[in-house]
Design a protein around this ligand. Structure first.
Ligand code: SAH
Ligand code: SF4
Ligand code: F3S
Length: 440
């Protein structure tokens, strides 16, 4: 028999969808009468909201569980209840209970049941729920609480693309769009709770539809919410980039000029083997159309090096694609074979040293372009949404429209939008001087 937990701590890994889910789980526990604590080592219940995307991410869960138990043991506290949520929970299920003796395992589509699962575990039996029910969990979650100036809102979940390296279609299930009215209501609630910027989230967020509208049409509606100054969305798939969404980048002022559009590789044979269903050329033509609609748009991407069978010449095509696009920022990864995915069994797995070398060369090119993009904004004036205090006295930190971090010294408050002249640029952030008080 375990104690019924009074305090909880949620720790999220992986993508922004997990951050959003972590916030919703915290709201559930709070509604259930538990109190949040910042210190995982002191909590009665620790929820690890996990990511399965690469092997390292998955292994981290097990080392974390060990660390939590050790810290609490050293402090002489009773063993905490441990709940594993997120994509590892979905992928490994009961195996986690067997291997790590955790109390609760709950998948990404079942976490609305967390309070009941915690109660079951407190009564003495490990509780597991990895169902993907037809009725969505969203209708069963408590109202949004106080949020920061920049807030996430999941509008779409799941993936039907089945890229051959990727676990997401298995851990998150099929593509589902949340209903239009529920999204508009939640956006209004977030603004009432303090949000000035909302980032719409989905594994394929630009696949969102209610049968009539596309994501561009949804954004046009959200744009009219009083007090909502900025709209962003992530992550998009190249094949779901509708003309309506591209047009929204041309017309909607609150839609920020930033687009994360993963390409993964620059060679058509590799793209085909990845089942990406776009080509190098179709991706580049899409970028041209987006830039024609919004010339200052900052582009970001995801890349995988060392996909099975990738030759040096094929990798060189990724480097030349990077040169052709000129990304403002990007994420790049070494291919990690994932159990149950087709690519894990493909011939020609690439040696670790080769992957290391390719990743180093790719990141050198991406860093060069990021630095270039940042340097090009020096002298520009732009609005900055203040998100938090900086490390130095009087320093504040915010985001430019192009998602760069901007340091500035001002008496502005968190949540203010100030007009700034960019004075200098580093590889990862900009420095700005406030030129005009507060923008609207
Ligand atoms: N739905 C999004 C996010 C997928 S996960 C998308 O399609 O972009 C985020 C990134 O992780 C992917 O874009 C890909 O670059 C990377 N990734 C996914 N599976 C991987 C694997 N097995 N090994 C290495 N990187 C992987
Ligand atoms: Fe994974 Fe591909 Fe789906 Fe992105 S589009 S989540 S990479 S399967
Ligand atoms: Fe990771 Fe699941 Fe997100 S595998 S990247 S937490 S969808």
């Amino acid at each position: 028999m375990k104690r019924t937990p009074k305090t909880y701590h949620v720790k999220s890994f992986g993508c922004q969808m997990n951050v959003y889910d972590g916030e919703r789980m915290a709201e559930l526990m709070a509604a259930d009468g538990m109190v949040a604590t910042d210190d995982a080592g002191a909590a009665d219940l620790v929820v690890l909201n996990t990511c399965h995307i690469r092997e390292k991410a998955t292994e981290k869960v097990y080392s974390d569980i060990g660390r939590i138990r050790k810290t609490q043991g050293e402090a002489g506290r009773a063993a905490p209840m441990i709940a594993v949520a997120g994509c590892v929970a979905q992928a490994e299920g009961a195996e986690i209970v067997r291997r790590a003796k955790v109390d609760v395992v709950v998948g990404p589509q079942a976490y609305h049941n967390l309070p009941r699962l915690v109660a079951d575990a407190a009564a003495g039996t490990p509780a597991l729920d990895t169902d993907m029910p037809l009725a969505s969990k969203f209708g069963q979650l408590p109202a949004r609480r106080r949020v920061g100036p920049s807030s996430f809102l999941t509008v779409q979940e799941g993936c039907d693309k089945f890229c051959t390296y990727c676990v997401v279609p298995y851990t998150r299930g099929a593509e589902v769009s949340r209903p239009f009215a529920a999204i508009v209501d939640e956006a209004k609630a977030l603004v009432d709770a303090g949000a000035r910027e909302i980032t719409l989230l989905g594994q394929n967020v630009n696949a969102w539809t209610d049968g009539e509208r596309d994501l561009g049409a949804l954004i046009r509606v959200l744009d009219r919410i009083p007090g909502l100054a900025r709209i962003r969305y992530t992550t998009s798939h190249p094949n779901d980039m509708t003309q309506g969404l591209i047009d929204a980048h041309r017309d909607v002022e609150s839609l920020m000029p930033f687009l994360h559009l993963p390409v993964q590789a620059g060679d058509d044979r590799v793209l085909r083997a990845m089942n990406r269903s776009h080509t190098r050329d179709s991706y580049l033509r899409l970028i041209d159309r987006i830039r024609a609609a919004r010339p200052d748009i900052a582009l970001s991407g995801d890349f995988i090096v060392g996909f099975p069978g990738e030759t040096e010449a094929e990798f060189a095509a990724t480097l030349s694609l990077v040169d052709a696009v000129g990304y403002a920022q990007a994420f790049s990864f070494k291919y990690s074979p994932r159990p149950g995915t087709p690519a894990a069994d493909m011939a020609g797995q690439v040696a670790a040293e080769v992957m290391d070398d390719r990743l180093r060369r790719l990141q050198a090119a991406l860093n060069r372009d990021q630095q270039r993009f940042n340097a090009a904004t020096v002298g520009a004036r732009c609005d900055v949404l203040i998100e938090r205090r900086g490390k130095l006295p009087g320093q504040m930190l915010g985001k430019s429209p192009w998602l760069q971090s901007v340091h500035l010294t001002a008496s502005a408050a968190i949540g203010d939008i100030v007009t700034v002249q960019i004075a200098h640029a580093g590889p990862n952030s900009l420095g700005g001087i406030v030129t005009a008080g507060l923008a609207a």
